[in-house]
Design a protein around this ligand. Structure first.
Ligand code: NAP
Length: 486
């Protein structure tokens, strides 16, 4: 246990079969505060042996949990929601410590995360089934939805609480047991949520938590065990591709929430205040480290200068520093590699002729910071428009026609989310229909909602999380042909 945050129990060991324990080889790894570069604590480092112990525990718990009444599962999830809200401030502080994001972002994340427990508490008692007549009239078609079985859940560091609850909530509601492998940068939030689930009454083995630096090794061990039937992964497209190949060996059902490269299109008739505000939200949530972050800002040429001026003014006014200071708007990036990547993307854009309107450098302070930056006149061939930036950089590109904006917006392997700003609703809907993305923010920079289907098209993912669809990802339809005619 660690006492990093007053009033919050933060285990630092593995959670297997309802027991907190060290790893089989007793190894640990450090968790670092990105605002200072200092180690916060050490966490148990799960091994392949521990991974299989998680599968054993999940298997033992599976039949009992699947047979629990939907109301009982719902009540436990609702209790977990209440406990998270009760501990909101402490959980937010923990997220700031290990992830770096600003306190307001962390508080928002805890609320958003808890909502997945509440939403799936409500969905647990509404699992659908159906009965229809066969077209031949000779029999009935009865379809039941059954839990898929043991699920491996792998989460990233950028939303250490929300990405965990967005998976645990529907898995438990559906009657599955789970193994959560959190990101090595941010395992503490997942472990604190594990403690909350235990306190809420989740039985031993239903949720197992396996922090590990050997992510490939533990995932391989679990995905090659024939008892495991589900993989839900959130992270980069690169790692997603690798995991899809591994999961293919046992033909495991996969839900994939992968990378994004979101375009934000500002039409000539947009309300500039609304568009700038929307761009700030879409770009700067989590300091730009979100899969939904506006990565490429396309603005109609007639308003591009004025939009960039106002955006730069807002970005320059942001307060950068440790997220623990409530006056801070933007915390550090998660690690030094992220800072180096952002620096390289900005350098490449500038070398190709981009103008730095504000920012464009690391501030002179310890920790992994980068200044909020606006670039204009960005060459369409720049790397910064092709890769996820994952930092506080807003590249602006001017366009002349809607067709041109849509073509540029769709010119990527990604298709998670896109944003459109216009005062003409019909135009906005026409553009939304043509954008290749799983989600659209129309005159809005924030789209995340536990009740909405979150997910991408193209190489941004497979399947959806949140909404009733998120629960179906953890169920298998079973068809029973029957006939009760005389
Ligand atoms: P990442 O490097 O892909 O890691 C994600 C998770 O996968 C971590 O738990 C990581 O563990 C694990 N992992 C890494 N290599 C693995 C392997 N070979 N086998 C099994 N697991 C492996 O992504 P990240 O840097 O944490 O997160 C940022 C990415 O997530 C961005 O691309 C972002 O767009 C995406 N994301 C997508 C969504 C969405 O809903 N679509 C939401 C949030 C983030 P270790 O930490 O131990 O390496």
């Amino acid at each position: 246990m660690s006492d990093i945050v007053d009033g919050l129990t933060i285990p630092t060991s593995l959670y297997i079969g309802g027991t907190w324990r060290s790893s089989s080889d007793s190894s640990t790894f450090p968790v670092v505060d990105p605002a200072t570069g200092e180690t916060i604590t050490e966490v148990a480092n799960g091994t392949a042996e521990d991974a299989l112990a998680c599968v054993d525990a999940a298997e033992l718990a599976a039949p009992v949990w699947a047979a629990t009444s939907p109301r009982e599962r719902s009540t436990i999830l609702l209790r977990a929601f209440s406990l998270m809200i009760e501990k909101k401030q402490q959980l937010a502080e923990l997220i700031v410590r290990e992830n770096g994001k600003a306190m307001a972002d962390a508080l928002g994340e805890v609320q958003y995360s808890a909502e997945f427990f509440r939403w799936y508490a409500e969905e647990a008692v509404r699992i659908p089934g159906e009965i229809t007549d066969s077209p031949s009239g000779q029999n009935k078609i009865l379809v039941l939805r059954q839990p898929m079985g043991i699920a491996l859940l792998i989460t990233p560091w950028n939303f250490p609480a929300a990405m965990a609850t967005r998976k645990i909530g529907p898995a438990l509601a559906a009657g599955c047991t789970a193994i959560l492998k959190p990101a090595s940068e941010t395992p503490l939030t997942a472990l604190a949520i594990g403690q909350i689930l235990e306190d809420a009454g989740v039985p031993p083995g239903v949720v197992n938590i396996l922090p590990s630096r050997a992510s490939g090794t533990v995932a391989n061990a679990i995905l090659h065990d024939p008892r495991v039937r589900k993989l839900s992964f959130t992270g980069s497209t690169e790692v997603g591709r690798t995991l899809l190949a591994v999961a293919a060996d046992q033909v495991i059902s996969c839900s994939m929430e992968l990378g994004g490269n979101a375009p934000l299109v500002v039409c000539a008739d947009a309300d500039l205040e609304v568009a700038v505000e929307g761009a700030m939200v879409a770009k700067m949530r989590n300091g730009g480290q979100a899969c939904t972050a506006a990565n490429r800002i396309y603005v109609h040429r007639s308003i591009a200068d004025e939009f960039s001026r106002r955006l730069a003014e807002r970005m320059a006014g942001l307060n950068v520093g440790s997220g623990l200071d409530t006056a801070v708007d933007v915390g550090p990036l998660v690690n030094l590699e992220s800072v180096a990547k952002v620096e390289q993307l900005v350098d490449d854009a500038v070398q190709r002729g981009a103008t730095t309107v504000t920012g464009g450098a690391r501030p002179d302070s310890p920790g992994y910071f980068y200044q909020p930056t606006v670039l204009t006149d960005v060459d369409p061939q720049s790397q910064i428009l092709e890769e996820e930036i994952f930092g506080p950089i807003a590249p602006v590109v001017a366009f002349d026609t809607d067709d041109e904006a849509i073509e540029m917006a769709n010119g990527t392997i990604y298709g998670l989310v896109a944003y459109v700003f216009t005062q003409d609703l019909a135009r906005g809907l026409r553009i939304s229909e043509r954008l290749e993305a799983g989600m659209i923010g129309l005159n809005r920079g924030l789209i995340s909602d536990a009740a909405a289907p979150f997910g991408g098209v193209k190489q941004s993912g497979l399947g959806r999380e949140g909404s009733h669809e998120g629960l179906l990802e953890y169920t298998e339809p079973k068809y029973i042909a029957l006939d009760w005619s005389e």
